[in-house]
Design a protein around this ligand. Sequence first.
Ligand code: SF4
Length: 404
Amino acid sequence: MKKVELLSPAGNYEKLETVYHYGADAAYIGGKFLNLRAFSKNFEDDELEKAVELAHKLNKKLFITVNAIPHNGDLEILPEYIKYLESIKVDAIIVADLGVFNIVRKLSNLPITISTQANNTNWASVSMWKDLGAKRIILARELSLSEIAEIRQKVPDVELEVFIHGAMCISVSGRCLLSNYLTGRDANTGECTQPCRWKYYIMEEKRPGEYFPIFEDEKGTYIMNSKDLCTVDFLNKIIETGVDSLKIEGRMKSSYYAGVTTKIYREAIDSYYSGNFKKENIEKWIKELQSVSHREYTSGFYLNKPDTDSQNYKTSSYIRNYKFVGKVIEKISESQYIVDVRNKIKKGEEIEIVSKIGNNIAIHLNKIVDYETKESLEEANPNQKIIIDSEKNIEVGDLIRVLL
Ligand code: SF4
């Protein structure tokens, strides 16, 4: 049986290494042109080449987003960019706009994925894109399991991709002018400031500075603040709709977020195929997914139409249980590893190595040694390189966290 693909986000080269390390089959990244995550650190050209090399060396895939909705002026460098992407052998490009699709199709043989920004919510539009030559369609987030299964059954010979984890839009994905209207930054060019998560009050024009609450409680209200999508407890049902690829959202999120979500969904997918998609494992995965920065979880549109319970009315703050403190970058002896410190670590602390596969490894930090000076330290700070001891086998690329 062909396994469904696990597709993870990568906002920069390090995140790309991390998601491949934790088991992503493919990753999606943005180049500098028409990329919907304009504010994440998008890949410059030479980094794109490096990224493709890394992907293919590991036998993985790499997709590039070109999925903003362009204006005339945006199109000028598109032909050159498309030819460049084809020359470096990216595995597909992700587009949302019909004009961009047409230019890519005429100028290259690159496989084309249709972005979720194109809002494909029915089999007829999926079928139309297939007829035009698209290789894969990312379905809109606003679909139920039965709608997806029906699309699969009616259009069998095109790849389908769906979101399984991450932030939701309160508007039909991306078709939203809130950010543009309130801040001048447009969601359709990747610059959304997420005003749907803001806290709103009413102000009468003759009483400036007097805020009247629209309230659920004393904290005010977040009337458009969607919970985040999490599907790990019914991932089996998503796989059984017959889709080809399961996508994690979050190119703006941290390496830690990208790594942990990838690891958990990797385990869940593998467990499904090995007959271990069981209650005790699901509970463990949910607990792990609670450890990454998130906003409370919802099943989105998959199981039922979202209702009042799919919103978070109290806060738009993120919940997180762990602090990401470092990354293992080299093994220097049987039991010694160099760690690149990202947040302060103190001697005597319990750290946890997020293992690539299976249970994490807890280590009591009896000593920390500075890699450069070889001096023993009481604490280490961001960007410092330290040596830690571990009798248990840890791997280069593993992330390290401490409980908050
Ligand atoms: S403001 Fe919210 S609903 Fe609108 S595009 Fe941004 S994230 Fe989506």
